[in-house]
Design a protein around this ligand. Structure first.
Ligand SMILES: C[S@@+](CC[C@H](N)C(=O)[O-])C[C@H]1O[C@@H](n2cnc3c(N)ncnc32)[C@H](O)[C@@H]1O
Length: 288
């Protein structure tokens, strides 16, 4: 690869074939993203300057990125950023890479009027709280996490994207109470059971922080806590939007929340699988 003069289009073709042969599904796009990062340009520019030869140092950078990728590192860690709701968020080993299905929480909030205060539990990169702020979906936002390193990344993201009305707080939701109430509580908590961890993709197992993935139990600890503690967290007519692991958790989650007098509604992701559970208090409908 070193002696030949490599143009942008040569690298796109070579990289795509190489990634496909290594089983990387989004092969062409990932190669394009790497080149955009190295050349500091947009994807369209790659095709405007497609016959441009790459300088030696840029070619070296490209090779290093390709090497890391085929060794199994997620492209978001190689680029140091991930997209969430159309914005770039810094990601690193301390935070979960934001997933597209989590954007449903934002879509659901957009359909609701009159929300003033929101609490987010387990903010990670800060992608949910920051997007809520930037999309003007609440006036006051508190975002918590048990991990100091995750919170630092979340603060950096909020500051880089100029999201101003978020109060980031270190907090252990499973073991410490919160003495305030909110119109809405949102969370994408760790919901993978400890016995499911071995079955995860290697990319997830090796690069997403374990504390972001599992509760080290049956994957339902956070929902039990939300069910038991939710009454004292919500304002009148308040509700919760929580992501969960999919169809295999629907029955257990329904039982957990219904046993605490919550009304439960499920929302599907783009694949048609249940992914977000919405809860409000049954008593509100009866007595208000
Ligand atoms: C699945 S990640 C979600 C990150 C981000 N909100 C997102 O959707 O991309 C779960 C987050 O919960 C945090 N977490 C784990 N245990 C916690 C606890 N007991 N209290 C508060 N946060 C916790 C993890 O550090 C992690 O950042």
């Amino acid at each position: 690869m070193t002696d030949k003069i490599w143009t942008t289009i040569d690298l796109i073709k070579w990289g795509e074939d190489y990634f496909v042969s290594k089983g990387i599904s989004n092969a062409k796009l990932e190669v394009e993203w790497f080149l955009c990062h190295i050349l500091n340009c947009q994807r369209i520019d790659l095709y405007v300057q497609f016959e441009e030869p790459l300088m030696k140092d840029k070619l070296f950078q490209f090779k290093e990125m390709v090497k890391r990728r085929i060794e199994g590192e997620p492209f978001q860690h190689i680029l140091g950023k991930a997209d969430f709701y159309g914005r770039d968020f810094i990601v690193n080993k301390h935070v979960l890479i934001p997933r597209p299905e989590t954007e449903i929480i934002i879509e659901l909030l957009k359909k609701r009027d009159g929300v003033k205060s929101i609490l987010e539990i387990g903010t990670g990169s800060g992608c949910i709280a920051t997007t809520i702020s930037l999309e003007n979906l609440a006036t006051s936002i508190i975002a918590t996490d048990i991990s100091k390193d995750a919170l630092n990344t979340a603060k950096e993201n909020a500051s880089q994207l100029s999201a101003e009305n978020i109060d980031f707080k270190i907090h252990d939701f499973l073991n410490t109470d919160i003495n305030s109430t909110f119109d809405v509580v949102v969370s994408n908590p760790p919901y993978i059971g400890s016995d499911e961890m071995d079955g995860l993709q290697k990319e997830v197992q090796n690069y997403d922080p374990k504390i972001a993935l599992t509760d080290n139990g049956d994957g339902l600890s956070f929902y039990r806590r939300f069910a038991e503690f939710g009454h004292s967290l919500l304002n009148k007519n308040g509700f919760m939007l929580l992501e969960f692991g999919g169809v295999h958790q629907v029955k257990a989650i329904t039982e957990i929340f219904e046993s605490q007098q919550f009304n439960v509604k499920f929302h599907n992701d783009l694949q048609g699988d249940p992914r977000i559970v919405e809860m409000n208090l049954l008593t509100q409908e009866i007595f208000n």
